[in-house]
Write a protein that binds this ligand. Structure first.
Ligand SMILES: *[C@@H]1O[C@H](CO)[C@@H](O)[C@H](O)[C@H]1NC(C)=O
Ligand SMILES: *[C@@H]1O[C@H](CO)[C@@H](O)[C@H](O)[C@H]1NC(C)=O
Ligand SMILES: *[C@@H]1O[C@H](CO)[C@@H](O)[C@H](O)[C@H]1NC(C)=O
Ligand SMILES: *[C@@H]1O[C@H](CO)[C@@H](O)[C@H](O)[C@H]1NC(C)=O
Ligand SMILES: *[C@@H]1O[C@H](CO)[C@@H](O)[C@H](O)[C@H]1NC(C)=O
Ligand SMILES: [Ca+2]
Length: 527
């Protein structure tokens, strides 16, 4: 019985297509066991999981209500958009609904009544999950396609954006780019960002309604027409740098830059026939799970891979706890037809119980100690399991033990601290007078000058006397006739002749005194 089940399971991958299952129970000479394969989820209609944002504010029509015309009949302006009336409203969600046969529901912008100011709108789609496109993106416009638009993509949840494709009725004029067609790309240019004129020319608003981002045509460069030779595509995706990433997105943005004109010129006397209306945005793709999952589910508002191979994370991008005896790797489409699972391995499968938290992928047996230890711990870690921080580093409390950022440099001030080690919260050990986590400050009553020194003078306890002034807590600048650390000593008391002729020659003496003072300042400045 067991035999039969195993046999059936084993046949499944071939029956259902490539990379559909992650593991199967097989019988070998050593008895039954699991066999693992590279696997990926099925392609889905991604519009069901998207969140959309339309910019700028106020671009959606109907607030206040507005009449609009069509290119076909520009003088019969009987259509109305009214956001407060559900039958006449055109909110963004109508780009993603499922439509009854023949009845288009669509998002619509305000009309171009501000002409010649451009009519600009951004439609941003976000999944909060990396997805791999498997078919064309198809955007359906009612009342004519834009004459200029651009598609952008993000791979990092909208932090950075990159052009994906340019669309214009005249690429040279709109973007200073020559017009090209995806069909003309070659194996080396399959991931080129180009400008196409195929979807922007006027052909009557009912006839040609779609704008495409051609994924299939790009796949066909490798897999042939009808995508019969998928093996070749998978081989290429694995080996050509950047090709997989080209088809991967977390967000898409349509930048609508000029609406359909229905002719060559904008008719100023009837601006109510210029606007954008989008009835559908079809995005077909699969969750990116790094070939470690064949299921992707919608949980708590986001898509999540159901990771196998002892991986974890939204994209199965790391190894599960206790399965980190070697570094994480994505599964591979190669070798054909089942690929390599590159599964994470349990700590202790090879030698004893040697986990290195992903900071080393080598263990070594030390004979005379009879222990297995990690070798060459990276990321500033050390220890048998790379579980400690190297001297001069401390543990990052917000990072797990297997995080690359687990150890933070102490960064102690070289002069202010005793040594370059710190305690578990990053505090260095300070020399006398120094303070602060890094010992780069001085305690009160100390001043900083290549280290901390006790104040010689200040404004509170150590006052300069007899009219002396305190210079940067380092010394008193004494008036002529006084000396001592705090100018507390009159020169007359020390040497009678210093007092001769002292009174009565104020101004000239003053000048001399100032001269001395300036000289002194110079001297200290050079120190
Ligand atoms: C659309 O997004 C781009 C960035 O991708 C931004 O520069 C531009 O200002 C946005 N336009 C509008 C109308 O919000
Ligand atoms: C994005 O997905 C992550 C992981 O599933 C989740 O923790 C986070 O809350 C999501 N963010 C938003 C804005 O939905
Ligand atoms: C993952 O770990 C479990 C034990 O928790 C083990 O049974 C299974 O075979 C492992 N899978 C892989 C692909 O290594
Ligand atoms: C601590 O770890 C977190 C998580 O990896 C990281 O974001 C942060 O930058 C680290 N802190 C420092 C100071 O390196
Ligand atoms: C580290 O040193 C600082 C300053 O001396 C102290 O406040 C802190 O409690 C110490 N942390 C630990 C974990 O010892
Ligand atoms: Ca619709």
């Amino acid at each position: 019985m067991l035999h039969l089940v195993a046999l059936l399971l084993h046949c499944v991958p071939l029956a259902m297509g490539q990379y559909d299952i992650c593991k199967s129970w097989v019988t070998t000479d050593d008895g039954p066991s699991w066999e693992f394969y590279a696997c990926q989820p099925k392609a889905m209609r991604m519009k069901d999981y998207v969140t959309v944002r339309v910019d700028p504010a106020g671009i959606t029509c109907g607030d206040p209500p507005e009449r609009f015309c069509t290119h076909e009949n520009p003088y019969l302006c009987s259509d109305e958009c009214d956001a407060s009336n559900p039958d006449l409203a055109h909110p963004p969600k109508l780009m993603f609904d499922s439509e009854d046969e023949g009845l288009a529901t669509y998002w619509q912008s305000v009309t171009w009544r501000r002409y010649p100011e451009p009519l600009l709108a951004n439609i941003t789609l976000s999944w909060n999950k990396s997805i791999e496109l498997t078919d064309d993106i198809v955007i359906t416009f009612e009342y004519g396609r834009p004459t200029i638009m651009m598609l952008e993509k993000s791979l990092d949840n909208g932090r950075t954006w990159h052009p994906y494709q340019y669309y214009a009725d005249d690429c040279m004029e709109a973007f200073s780019m020559p017009a090209r067609r995806v069909r003309d790309l070659s194996t080396t240019s399959a991931n080129r960002v180009l400008c196409t004129e195929e979807y922007s020319r006027w052909a009557g608003s009912k006839k040609e309604k779609t704008v495409r981002f051609e994924v299939r045509d790009r796949f066909a460069i490798f897999a042939g027409p009808d995508l019969k030779n998928m093996d070749n595509l998978y081989t290429r995706l694995e080996s050509a740098k950047g090709l997989k990433d080209f088809f991967t997105v977390t967000d898409l943005r349509m930048r609508l830059l000029r609406p359909a004109l229905g002719g060559t010129y904008v008719q100023r006397e009837n601006l109510y026939k210029y606007f954008y209306a989008v009835s559908n945005i079809e995005v077909t793709g699969r969750c990116k799970c790094n070939l470690h999952a064949n299921l992707c589910t919608f949980k708590e508002g986001s898509l999540q891979c159901e990771c196998e191979h002892n991986t974890t994370g939204q994209d199965c991008g790391k190894c599960k706890k206790n399965f980190r005896s070697r570094s994480w790797r994505a599964g591979s489409y190669l070798p054909l037809p089942n690929g390599s699972p590159n599964a994470c391995a349990a700590a202790g499968s090879a030698f004893g119980n040697c986990e290195c938290y992903g900071h080393s992928n080598r263990c070594s047996y030390i004979d005379f100690l009879n222990v297995v230890t990690c070798v060459s711990c990276k990321h500033n870690t050390r220890g048998q399991h790379c579980q400690h921080c190297r001297l001069g580093f401390y543990r990052n409390s917000s990072a797990e033990l297997d995080d690359e950022n687990v150890c933070i440099e102490c960064n102690c001030n070289q002069i202010g601290s005793m040594h370059d080690r710190c305690n578990e919260t990053g505090y260095c050990e300070c020399r006398e007078g120094a303070t602060g986590p890094k010992c780069d400050d001085c305690l009160p009553n100390y001043y900083w000058r290549q280290g901390c020194f006790p104040n010689v003078c200040d404004d509170e306890l150590l006052l300069c006397q007899n009219g002396g002034t305190c210079y940067q807590n380092q010394r008193c600048i004494c008036p002529v006739g006084f000396k001592g650390v705090l100018c507390q000593q009159s020169r007359c008391e020390v040497d009678k002749k210093d007092c001769d002729g002292a009174p009565g020659v104020g101004s000239s003496l003053g000048t001399v005194a100032l001269g001395v003072l300036v000289l002194q300042l110079h001297a200290w400045g050079d120190l």
